[in-house]
Design a protein around this ligand. Structure first.
Ligand code: AMP
Ligand code: MG
Length: 427
């Protein structure tokens, strides 16, 4: 098949035709179609899943007006305008134990937080403001009518949308769904991602390291990234640098995976077999990006599986995944938010070099100066094999194709890490 014609850029001239990052991002995003299949999962197994369809609450949440404080429920119309007034304490209502009788204008009902407001009452006076003894309660003037009451439907109204389709379910959403009484939710099927590493030099962690070999770190980076994105991950091991083996492995993976992700073997070296294998099996839609690190990145399709050929260098794997793969996976998964990771401005405190006509992405640390203004500094040497520098960083500094070198004091665009490192608090 002729894959040159599918691309306005000439993929095979190493000196020209590098695809601008923004163009690559856009075309990959356009090429991916969201999954349509859905399934029902129990609420307790729904974290990270994408809601298929808007959920409408069948009830008011809360279902009834209730007290927001421990105190005395009273009718606003009975509140004294001046001085104070004595009321009979008719009874007590607790959360889950309503007071069954109507409350008259001369009565109050002792209420605990969450108790249903007794019939005839609409205001709660906190217990600290009431002198109560022998079933009598003395209430002074100066209280606001309707205070300390949570009306029915204050959080969600019955028959109104509670959560929109395409939302990724997190802890808050699980709680919201539970509050509406929903025990099962319809979500999009989890797409399956097959992951390979390529390279004769690679060994599995846990095995002895022969001379000349290195441990395969990319597969673990990718497994972590894919799992935290919410994909169903198939760990398919290492493919040796061999054309037939590469074709065989990719063909097999394409039979039941929605996405195939490889690392390494996508450059133009003599041991780079992935591009030719892809051309043989499917289509190459895009190859070689004007991006550092990440230049040899490739995107295509094998059968119905989307193919992402990531570079071999571990930092390039993370950068291209974050910018080019993860947004596409989000779209595939059915979520309505494809680019949730914020870009913010910060003042550089170190230099960032820049070559023209390509995007450069630096590992950096975002913090604050003494006036609480955001500042950002490079992690230092930016070799694309320095995976540990990813763990020391908390953000990328983004320099676009037309940007020039950055000097201390200049403002730069910073993209925060989300899910790239294990840090809970990154800034
Ligand atoms: P390649 O693109 O295959 O030429 O690889 C570029 C560099 O990344 C080489 O130094 C490889 O040894 C290294 N590399 C490739 N795959 C991996 C991997 N799975 N884990 C760690 N390093 C890798
Ligand atoms: Mg290689």
């Amino acid at each position: 098949m002729n894959f040159k014609s599918q691309n306005q850029y000439d993929c095979f001239d190493p000196h020209s035709g590098l695809i601008p990052l923004a163009v690559a991002e856009q075309s990959i995003q356009q090429a991916v179609n969201p999954i349509q299949d859905t399934e029902f999962v129990s609420l307790s197994n729904s974290v990270g899943r994408i809601l298929a369809g808007t959920v409408t609450s069948r009830i008011d949440v809360p279902p009834h007006a209730n007290s927001a404080m421990d105190g005395f429920a009273i009718a606003a119309s009975s509140l004294p305008e001046t001085g104070s007034r004595s009321f009979r304490v008719a009874g007590t209502a607790l959360a889950g134990r309503p007071w069954p009788n109507p409350c008259s204008e001369n009565e109050v009902v002792r209420v605990m937080t969450g108790a249903v407001m007794p019939l005839g009452t609409d205001t709660v006076i906190i217990q600290e403001d009431v002198q109560a003894a022998d079933e009598k309660a003395e209430i002074r003037s100066g209280h606001r009518p309707y205070q300390n009451v949570r009306p029915a439907g204050e959080d969600l109204k019955s028959n109104e949308p509670a959560l929109k389709s395409g939302i990724r379910i997190g802890a808050a959403e699980m709680g919201v769904l539970a509050s509406t009484g929903v025990g099962e939710v319809e979500v999009f099927r989890k797409p399956a991602a097959a992951v390979f590493s390529t390279g004769d030099e690679l060994m599995n962690a846990g095995e002895p390291l022969p001379p000349g070999a290195i441990y395969d770190s990319n597969r673990y980076v990718l497994i972590g990234l894919l799992q935290s994105t919410g994909m169903d991950v198939r760990n398919l091991g290492i493919i040796p640098d061999n054309q037939l083996q590469t074709i065989k492995s990719l063909r097999k993976a394409s039979e039941d995976a929605d996405v195939i992700i490889t690392s390494g073997g996508v450059s133009t070296g003599s041991a780079d077999y992935v591009i030719n294998a892809l051309a043989e099996l499917g289509e190459l839609n895009l190859w070689r990006i004007a991006l550092r690190p990440g230049r040899p990145f490739a995107f295509g399709k094998i059968g119905r599986a989307y193919f992402f050929g990531l570079p071999g260098n571990p930092v390039a794997v993370m950068v291209t995944f974050y910018r080019l793969v993860q947004p596409a996976l989000r779209k595939l998964m059915g979520t309505s938010e494809h680019y949730p990771v914020q870009v913010v401005k910060a003042r550089a405190v170190t230099k960032f070099k820049k070559k023209p006509n390509r995007s450069e992405i630096y590992r950096a640390v975002l913090s604050h100066d003494e006036n609480e203004n955001p500042i950002v500094s490079s992690t230092g040497f930016q070799g694309s094999g320095l995976l540990s520098s990813m763990s020391h960083a908390n953000c990328f500094v983004l320099l676009g194709d037309d940007d020039v070198a950055v000097n201390p004091g200049d403002m730069v665009n910073v993209q925060l890490f989300r899910g790239l490192t294990g840090n809970w608090i990154t800034v």
